[in-house]
Write a protein that binds this ligand. Structure first.
Ligand SMILES: [Zn+2]
Length: 313
């Protein structure tokens, strides 16, 4: 799947092409631009430039508007590397931006996809990915990260859990049981809670399809989905040790038809770590965000080892 790389020269953002062997050194954006087919025209360059500007502007405006601690200069620098993938606009036409950083471990480590604000009224979840993408611009991580800080920009604007079609995007993924169970579960178990409506059909929403595009393009080994307000680390994955992040206990809450956990872990055996921040306060100190990111990276590595062993059995 072609990814529209809209960043200019930036050491920060290096794209892993889906077709690239895992062991090959990653091509920098600059190289990718240099080797782009000669069919690019002035028109597409202009379009790409305005698209890049739109992504950078959106990044700065939206991410700086979330409360909580952050490194202002670091975020500004990181936003320069904001990217968009074609087809990744919200239903109301806002960009769904992403960031990528290649890991330094053997084969670039585990590929970790981290998403937040899939529920538009859970603003502190965006503060976590804001801290992480800012930090990724400044460190050489073990693992390869792709970060989507605002999956539901329209819901964020309206301060609603659902998107502009009133669909709960985290019930809209095409899990194998969607057809059979999503609507039935919504009617019986949630008593048709408007905040949890799974949509008229699986993957009916552009925001859902954007996340799916990233999954196909990036092929994550591990997914992190950040929410509020339950105050737990909820893991859908193989049995791994409790990483011991004090502010948030380690639990298994289970998952729902059409949720990312059911779609990726139950159906496709890609572990999903759901970070549920406590209340609407989020995390107060930047170093706690750092710690949480490192813990998540370690869980990704451990889960990868367990899955590898299970495969060999
Ligand atoms: Zn949520």
């Amino acid at each position: 799947m072609a990814m529209v790389t809209v960043t200019a020269l930036s050491a920060w953002s290096m794209s892993v092409s889906a077709s690239q062997p895992a062991s090959a050194p990653p091509a920098t954006t600059a190289q990718a631009t240099a080797t782009a087919p000669a069919t690019s025209t002035a028109t597409t360059t202009t379009a790409a430039t305005s698209e890049a500007k739109r992504a950078v502007k959106f990044c700065n405006e939206r991410l700086s508007g979330i409360s909580g601690p952050y490194d202002e200069a670091g975020l500004k620098a990181a936003c320069e590397a904001a990217q968009t993938m074609s087809g990744c606009d919200s239903e109301m036409g806002e960009p769904i931006i992403h960031f990528e950083k290649i890991g330094t471990d053997k084969n670039h480590g585990k590929k970790i996809l981290s998403i937040s604000l899939i529920h538009g009224d859970e603003r502190p979840s965006g503060a976590v990915n804001r801290a992480w993408l800012t930090r990724l611009g400044q460190i050489d991580p073990r693992n390869t990260w792709r970060v989507l800080p605002i999956v539901n920009p329209d819901g964020m604007s309206a301060n609603t859990r659902y998107n502009s079609h009133k669909v709960d995007l985290n019930r809209n993924f095409p899990s194998k049981d969607w057809q059979r169970s999503a609507i039935a579960y919504w009617k019986t178990s949630t008593r048709s809670d408007a905040r949890r409506y799974p949509g008229e059909a699986a993957a009916s929403e552009s925001e859902t399809r954007c996340v799916m595009k990233h999954i196909v393009d990036f092929k994550p080994d591990f997914i992190i989905s950040i929410h509020t307000p339950l105050g737990v680390l909820d893991f859908d994955g193989p049995s791994v040790a409790n990483p011991g992040f004090k502010p948030l206990p380690w639990v298994g809450l289970g998952n729902f038809p059409g949720s990312l956990g059911r779609f990726m872990w139950m159906d496709q055996k890609v572990p999903v770590l759901t970070i549920e921040l406590k209340g609407n306060d989020g995390i107060k100190r930047l170093e706690d965000f750092d710690k949480l990111q490192d813990i998540a990276g370690t869980v990704a590595i451990q889960a990868g080892r367990v899955l590898q062993k299970e495969k060999k059995k």
